[in-house]
Design a protein around this ligand. Structure first.
Ligand SMILES: Cc1cc2nc3c(=O)[nH]c(=O)nc-3n(C[C@H](O)[C@H](O)[C@H](O)COP(=O)(O)OP(=O)(O)OC[C@H]3O[C@@H](n4cnc5c(N)ncnc54)[C@H](O)[C@@H]3O)c2cc1C
Length: 574
């Protein structure tokens, strides 16, 4: 057994009382009615790091140490005392334990299985409030302090390192990062794990498994992100995409008793998750980072019992025979009574010959604190685009960069940019808007070093710029649908009244009724958010459409069970 470092970073934090609240006798009795009471003995390990089914404990008497096990030396993270409880968000997500729980003082606990804990949170609003707040705060503290079961060794010059950092961060998974060029202990660690410096980035999980430059899917598999999800089970609704629209649909579906599964190709949050600060979403007068909004929505969906698959992309919608099936990129097919497509949009890439050489190494499609950390104080940066996302990026990056050049192809910033952003840009002296200007070439050796842009006069000039943020117009993520639903000329999905009689005839629409609002040319298949033709590209509209779609899902399911007119009991029109 490794030596324990005598420190408790979580319990010494300022808001320890909120993370480790003391429950009243009445509250403990309410929790006990959902589980069992049992004795615990000093030295007993209640939960081991990596354990799959993680129970929840409330301490009636005694003491429990929370230890982060690691091949590099265990770390005492917190001590749980009488009337306090164990756990963090992993338990709610059904993911393996990151910590070992060891009894340091004999006593008695109330023990609940994960399902019993879920039932408690859903049934008891007061307890849900206390438990959810503590679990979320604990997770934030672990993420902030980098205390978890993952060690990432990488380099600030490596695009793959940035990708892995972004994946772990956007999934709220705590990790410690060590940089090859900056941290002295890296060489020794690489030797210990038999890794060559040329093989970085490496992810070391639980001090044992070493993954060399792993894909997001390999990390998700190793950390057990999806291990509790039954892929063969027929769901009421399968939601593809976990941006604001998909997460909203998941919250409403699960809270209204539907069996909902979300499939997300990358990380929860979508485009909104890459926003440094959203200031126009109702209820957040001081703004909220996209990542925090996504984290809250993700926890909310889990609280109501929606299942969310991470790092699994939908590759095909199978429509025959019914029920529908969403085939994943790993080959599995998830059966579904109804489907909500919420795959959003992504930035269109400009046609620059060597763009891919610099993606993550000077060219970025997000502007969050992770990309910001790449920038030096004396750097000049370029933001390409004239809409809200570009405006936000410019204002955010101006905090750090010496100068921000905003390159816009048209004569002015887009009319769709919010007034508050144009004013901030005007009032920030280090931001320079260059209209009728576009990048024509990128140059560098391993990392972007220089860009060439053409201005309104046609003159091409060269500039020493190491960071370019591409925030140009978005294209719909509908390639995977391969014509299964009707699209408009730009590839966005047509729904409800936008579907013409010709669209319905071409799709062989089989029902007497017309498609519902948000319903595609396939009965029971809906499209919401940025992926939908005519959608207003805002977080609020994505969230609104996600919730509205669920009311139509209920109608379709009712039609299914009555046999009236449904995708699975389709009544032909002719
Ligand atoms: C930088 C930035 C800043 C912004 N700021 C604001 C703002 O301040 N206010 C505002 O109102 N709006 C803002 N927006 C716009 C807003 O974020 C979008 O309108 C909103 O995110 C759309 O939500 P969505 O769920 O429809 O799609 P998205 O957010 O695009 O989410 C789609 C999700 O689907 C996933 N996906 C795609 N294809 C597949 C597949 N085949 N299988 C599985 N999953 C898939 C993606 O990985 C993604 O997570 C901003 C956008 C950006 C990029």
């Amino acid at each position: 057994m490794n030596a324990i470092v005598p420190s408790t970073p979580l319990t010494s934090a300022a808001d320890a009382a909120l993370m480790f609240p003391t429950l009243s006798a009445a509250q403990i009795a309410r929790i006990a009615s959902h589980g069992v009471i049992r004795p615990i003995t000093r030295g007993e390990v209640l939960i081991e790091g990596g354990q799959a089914d993680v129970p929840f404990f409330v301490l009636k008497a005694g003491e429990i140490e929370v230890v982060r096990p690691s091949g590099l030396g265990d770390l005492l993270v917190a001590v749980v005392g009488p009337a306090q409880f164990t756990g963090d968000v992993s338990m709610l997500l059904g993911r393996p334990a990151q910590m070992r729980l060891r009894v340091s003082g004999s006593g008695e606990v109330v023990q609940l299985t994960r399902d019993q804990m879920h039932a408690l949170i859903q049934a008891d609003a007061d307890m849900s409030d206390v438990l959810m707040r503590a679990l979320i705060r604990r997770r934030i503290a672990l993420v902030t302090q980098g205390i978890g079961d993952v060690l990432l060794i990488g380099s600030v010059h490596s695009a793959a390192t940035l990708r892995i950092k972004a994946f772990l961060t956007r999934n709220g998974h705590p990790f410690k990062y060590l940089d090859l060029d900056r941290d002295a202990e890296v060489r020794e660690l690489l030797d210990r794990f038999h890794v060559d410096a040329a093989e970085i980035p490496v992810v070391i999980c639980r001090g044992e498994a070493v993954l060399k430059n792993p894909s997001s899917q390999a990390i998700a598999d190793r950390l057990g992100f999806n291990q509790r999800i039954d892929q063969r089970h027929l769901r009421d609704v399968v939601i593809v995409g976990a941006g604001p629209a998909g997460l909203s649909a998941a919250v409403y579906a699960a809270s209204e008793g539907l069996d909902a599964l979300v499939i997300e190709a990358s990380s929860p949050g979508g485009q909104a998750g890459s926003s440094s600060r959203i200031e126009n979403y109702l209820g957040f007068p001081t703004g909220i980072s996209g990542q925090e909004l996504a984290g809250r929505a993700f926890a909310q969906a889990q609280k109501f019992g929606a299942a969310v698959m991470i790092a699994k992309g939908a590759a095909e919608l199978s429509c025959e025979p019914l029920p529908y099936g969403v085939r994943l990129d790993d080959g599995a097919t998830i059966p579904a009574r109804t489907v909500i497509i919420a795959t959003g949009a992504r930035y269109r890439k400009p046609a620059l010959a060597n763009l891919d050489l610099f993606e993550g190494a000077g060219v970025y499609y997000n502007a969050t604190f992770m990309e910001e950390a790449q920038i030096g104080d004396s750097d000049e940066v370029v933001v390409v685009g004239g809409a809200n996302s570009a405006g936000q990026a410019a204002v955010f990056l101006a905090r750090r960069a010496r100068r921000v050049h905003v390159l816009v192809r048209s004569n002015s910033l887009s009319e769709s940019m919010s007034r508050y952003l144009t004013r901030r840009i005007e009032e920030t002296p280090t931001i320079q808007v260059r209209t009728r200007t576009e990048i024509v070439a990128l140059e560098g050796n391993g990392h972007l070093e220089r860009v060439h842009w053409r201005d309104g006069t046609g003159a091409v000039t060269s500039h020493e710029v190491r960071h370019v943020f591409m925030m140009t117009g978005a294209e719909a993520s509908t390639g995977w649908l391969d014509g299964r639903v009707a699209l408009d000329a730009k590839g966005f999905i047509k729904t409800g009244p936008d579907l013409s009689p010709e669209d319905l005839a071409a799709a062989d629409w089989p029902l007497e009724r017309s498609p519902y609002l948000l319903e595609t040319s396939r009965p029971g298949v809906f499209a919401v958010g940025d992926v939908r033709c005519g959608n207003i590209k805002r977080v609020a509209s994505a969230v609104g459409e996600g919730s509205i779609a669920i009311s139509f899902v209920h109608r379709v399911l009712a039609e299914c069970s009555s046999g009236a007119s449904s995708p699975s009991a389709a009544v032909p029109r002719r």
